[in-house]
Design a protein around this ligand. Structure first.
Ligand SMILES: Nc1ncnc2c1ncn2[C@@H]1O[C@H](COP(=O)(O)OP(=O)(O)OP(=O)(O)O)[C@@H](O)[C@H]1O
Length: 125
């Protein structure tokens, strides 16, 4: 878990592509790091919306925790930046979509699968 820290990046380091999903404060776009060709998820958080929903402390915590953590079960934050309107979190790109969507399509998980996902949550409680 040690030895990793997200760093400040520039948006010009990335080619920003299609939208992967939307959250409470804005959208998450697929992006490609120009220097490495690596795909990342660029989470764009609208500053005005963070203020309106009084979520400043929570967003600071999300940034602090994600940028200091390095664990295979948690999305790694590679970098962050901001401009006048948005905060940007550059995150490890995790393909496959949301567990909720998977569960809705599948109907129910079998026991080994349920154990696998529950264990990932339980480890951090
Ligand atoms: N690292 C990622 N890799 C791939 N897709 C992602 C990634 N992060 C987010 N997404 C997609 O973007 C959607 C929105 O993510 P986001 O983190 O903004 O919202 P949330 O966590 O669902 O809700 P909230 O905004 O309330 O925190 C997710 O539901 C997912 O589909």
């Amino acid at each position: 878990m040690e030895g990793f820290k997200a760093k400040q990046v520039k948006l010009t380091e990335f080619d920003v592509m299609n939208t992967l999903g939307t959250g409470s404060f804005g959208r998450v776009r697929l992006a490609k790091q120009k220097s490495t060709g690596e795909y990342v998820a660029l989470k764009m958080l609208k500053k005005a919306e963070i203020l309106r929903l009084k979520q400043v402390d929570h967003i600071i915590s999300e940034n602090t925790i994600l940028s200091n953590i390095n664990h295979p079960f948690l999305i790694k934050m590679i970098g962050f930046t901001q401009d006048d309107r948005f905060l940007y979190f550059v995150l490890e790109y995790v393909a496959g979509g949301e567990l909720f969507t998977y569960l809705r399509n599948k109907g129910k998980l079998d026991n080994p699968e349920a154990l696998f996902y529950a264990a990932q949550v339980y480890i951090f409680v």
